[in-house]
Design a protein around this ligand. Structure first.
Ligand code: ADP
Ligand code: MG
Length: 455
């Protein structure tokens, strides 16, 4: 799916009002019947059906009449709602080119009025089409889309909260700027993903910097869980920025040691392979387990030692953004994936490398500005709108979400597992802002009216 933001400029207030009405309807409906859209949108001069047709034409909505007649948002529709909200808030005023494609996200440049360029990450959980998932997804077809939106929103929320907290503790991460729906706005990293770098001036120094981050994270109570050459950016000064946080866990997680070791192993493996670095444990053929244990005893990089004195950033974060249910929903598929994920080769990671290879070319032309159209819009308070995106009927949806979560988990963690599978031999001896999300339908009507008023 292509994000053609030009369309945004042709959308009227009524178009957005109807799009928002469909989003609201999706809290309680997989497919929102046209009558309900009409009722929620309550356009002054009518014409909801015509607007629906227009939105369908631009692929912002999907029409489904297989079970009953109704509409649902597409990812593109969801993108537009998030982008529009951000533009109205004054976060940015133009969308530029795509600079990254992750398996579960698309990254674009966006520009502010003063020319500052930022990065916009649109989370797309469930987008990938791994074979193993396909049949399951077909089976879940009629109800899956709505959960993809929900899970993508949670991933964005978590990423934003973690990025902010990490920045406050002076970790080298992009600056978290804003978050809405499945969209996170952050500073643009001036650098390249490490995977694209063939040569370094000081590979040892870079290696140490990177491992130092893993250790410091653990000291703060956190494990990245996807710490590899795709999620480490490096600039011309060989300074490091880490990105991609939706899968981070606390050091008190039951698999914490394994995740920590795996993050460390990925770094070792990459530096060994790419920069021909050799490490102490590469030399000699002494029994590996013994060596690792000895390393622990000698006080070198040891998870148990680090975790013992861990700070409480993990606890802070737990308390910051999510409701308990949201946290469980997201954790569920992350953990399920780790337990049941599939192993395979590294090809798809290589694809990712190809696709992101243009990331750092300077090309700031081609921004699509919305300023003209949106300059008079007032700021939309969007904090409320997403309540209950998980569905008004949470109980009945829970098992569905669980089921889908298993599949989502597999995909989310596939890249990690591939890295794991490729690494043999343990190596561990070397070196939110407050989102009020209370759900609840009682006050929904007034919120709907408030939000619609703002469009
Ligand atoms: P995913 O979760 O899908 O892996 P990432 O956050 O890792 O998404 O981003 C995918 C790619 O987009 C990265 O490898 C990088 O090339 C690019 N990217 C992401 N965030 C930024 C940023 N803040 N600045 C510059 N490039 C970025
Ligand atoms: Mg990534």
């Amino acid at each position: 799916m292509k994000l053609d933001v030009n369309v945004l400029r042709y959308l009227s207030k009524d178009d957005f009002r109807v799009l928002t009405a469909v989003e609201m309807g999706m809290r309680n409906h997989e497919l929102v019947p046209a009558e309900l859209v009409e009722r929620i949108a309550s356009l002054k001069h009518g014409g909801t059906y015509k607007v629906l047709k227009n939105l369908l034409k631009y692929k912002l909505l999907h029409h489904d009449s297989s079970r009953y007649d109704g509409f649902r948002l597409t990812y593109l529709g969801y993108d537009f709602l998030a982008i529009k909200t951000m533009v109205n808030r004054g976060v940015f005023s133009a969308v530029g080119r795509q600079i990254g494609v992750g398996k579960e996200s698309d990254i674009f440049e966006v520009a502010q009025e003063d020319g500052t360029v930022l990065a916009m990450k649109l989370h797309r959980l469930g987008r990938t089409s791994f074979r193993a998932v396909k049949s399951k997804r077909d089976y879940l077809r009629h109800r899956s889309s709505y959960n993809w939106l929900y899970l993508s929103r949670l991933a964005a929320l978590k990423e934003f909260a973690f990025m902010k907290a990490l920045e406050e503790h002076e970790f080298p991460v992009p600056k978290a700027i804003d978050c809405n729906r499945h969209c996170v706005i952050m500073s643009l990293v001036q650098g390249y993903p490490l995977v694209q770098v063939k040569q370094l001036q000081n590979p040892e120094t870079v290696f140490e910097k990177i491992l130092g981050i893993v250790v410091r994270l653990a000291e703060h109570g956190l494990i990245h869980c996807d710490f590899n050459e795709f999620n480490i950016m490096i600039d011309d000064e060989e300074d490091i920025t880490m990105i991609d946080f939706p899968q981070m866990v606390s050091v008190s997680h039951r698999n914490a040691q394994m995740y920590f070791d795996r993050d460390v192993e990925c770094i070792f493996k990459f530096f060994r392979k790419r920069f021909n670095m050799t490490f102490q444990e590469d030399k000699g053929d002494s029994d590996e387990t013994e060596e690792v244990d000895a390393a622990d005893d000698s006080g070198r990089l040891s998870f148990s030692e680090i975790a013992k004195s861990a700070g409480a950033l993990d606890k802070e974060l737990e308390a910051s953004g999510f409701t308990r249910k949201e946290q469980n929903d997201l954790d569920k598929f992350i953990e399920n994936g780790l337990e049941k994920g599939e192993d395979s080769g590294n090809e798809e990671s290589e694809d990712e490398e190809e696709q992101t290879s243009e990331s750092n070319e300077e090309n700031l032309s081609g921004f699509n500005s919305f300023q003209e159209k949106n300059s008079n819009n007032h700021v939309v308070d969007d904090d409320n709108h997403e309540k209950g995106q998980s569905g008004g009927s949470e109980d009945e949806d829970e098992s569905d979400e669980e089921e889908e979560g298993i599949e989502l988990a597999k995909r989310l963690n596939k890249q990690r597992r591939r890295a794991m599978a490729a690494v043999r031999g343990g190596r561990r001896n070397s070196s939110r802002n407050s989102y009020k999300d209370k759900g609840g339908r009682s006050s929904q009507n007034s919120k709907i009216q408030k939000r619609l008023k703002d469009w």
